[in-house]
Design a protein around this ligand. Structure first.
Ligand code: ASP
Length: 320
């Protein structure tokens, strides 16, 4: 009888989890993306004896995440998911754009095996380093029987990708799940699961442009006191493909921004609304009545930008 697949592949992309500071007490001044993923794994005694492989996909501070690394990461994830002996993947990532990468992988791949993103708020050299425990928890989740889909693990909590947000600038417990709540917690080396694994209709990795080819250009514009909409007009004149408007409260816009938004739509630019509020998303009909506003649902503006980019790629794929 064939034995169950047992290998967990850890893909490194950089971030603070791979960061180095000048001294152990330096918690916030450091360089991210310095230490290789194999070294990070080797530094966690609890992972000794676990069947693991490590591969360095990139080495970036995730504030600089974007199409080149995303393309390489998606290719690596697809390649390893297809291996029969691999039961799941862990991706080490920076916290700054983790929610964007998580949503991208979820919407594109919605894999039947687990793909677990993890990160850290303190560099690997810090007295307070949270990376080793997060990595350990991520491996635990990736090796949990029945685990599937793209999730994130930080500070003992397991998050689903939709609605995930980095909500604190420096605390170790820096992520929030939104109103739908977290998938579960890792306690004492075991997953305590409260909600279902994430599921979606995968768009497919083929949707991404070939390496080096341009992605749709989607920008985020925030509504605020005195917002007059000129930024939207400038973006349209500059050939933007899509705009996410981070509205106030339940997705409302200043009058000037709303008028500019309508001009943008008439010019053929795709416009979605999200909310600049940290939680709650957009509920019900928005006063502006913009057709596509509901599409962003409970996504943060940054996640809505990823979702709109994928929608534009789908539209591009349909044009012969
Ligand atoms: N700037 C870092 C990054 O996102 C922050 C972190 O990882 O916590 O790569």
């Amino acid at each position: 009888m064939a034995s169950a697949p047992a290998c967990t592949v850890i893909l490194g992309t950089g971030g603070t989890i791979a960061g180095r500071a000048a001294a152990p007490r330096e918690a916030l001044r450091y360089a991210a993306a310095q230490i290789g993923v194999a070294e990070l794994v080797a530094a966690v005694p609890a992972l000794a004896g676990v069947e693991l492989e490590a591969e360095q996909v990139a080495q970036v501070d995730s504030k600089d995440m974007g199409p080149p690394v995303w393309t390489a990461l998606v290719q690596a994830v697809v390649r390893h998911l297809a291996r029969a002996e691999v039961s799941g993947l862990v991706v080490t990532h920076g916290t700054d754009t983790l929610e964007e990468t998580a949503l991208l992988l979820h919407r594109l791949l919605a894999p039947a095996k687990p793909v677990v993103l993890t990160a850290a708020m303190r560099p690997a050299t810090s007295l307070q380093a949270d990376g080793p425990a997060n990595l350990c928890d991520a491996v635990t989740v990736a090796r949990t029987p029945g685990a599937r889909g793209v999730v994130a693990v930080m500070a003992g909590t397991v998050f689903r990708p939709e609605g995930l947000r980095k909500h604190h600038t420096w605390k170790l417990d820096a992520f929030a799940a939104g109103d739908e709540g977290a998938l579960g917690q890792v306690v004492d080396g075991q997953l305590r699961q409260h909600r279902a694994w994430p599921d979606a209709r995968p768009l497919g990795a083929h949707l991404l442009p070939p390496a080096g080819a341009p992605w749709p250009r989607v920008e985020i514009v925030t509504s605020h006191a005195g917002a007059d909409g000129r930024l939207v007009d400038l973006l349209c004149a500059d050939g933007v493909d899509g705009i996410v408007l981070a509205g106030t409260g339940n997705g409302t816009l200043s009058q000037g921004l709303e008028q500019a938004e309508q001009r943008a739509q008439q010019a053929g630019v795709a416009v979605w609304r999200a909310s600049r509020c940290a939680a709650g998303g957009i509920v019900g009909l928005e006063p502006g009545g913009l057709a596509s506003a509901g599409s962003a649902a409970a996504l943060s503006p940054a996640q809505a930008r990823v979702a709109l980019t994928l929608t534009l790629l789908e539209q591009r794929a349909r044009v012969p």
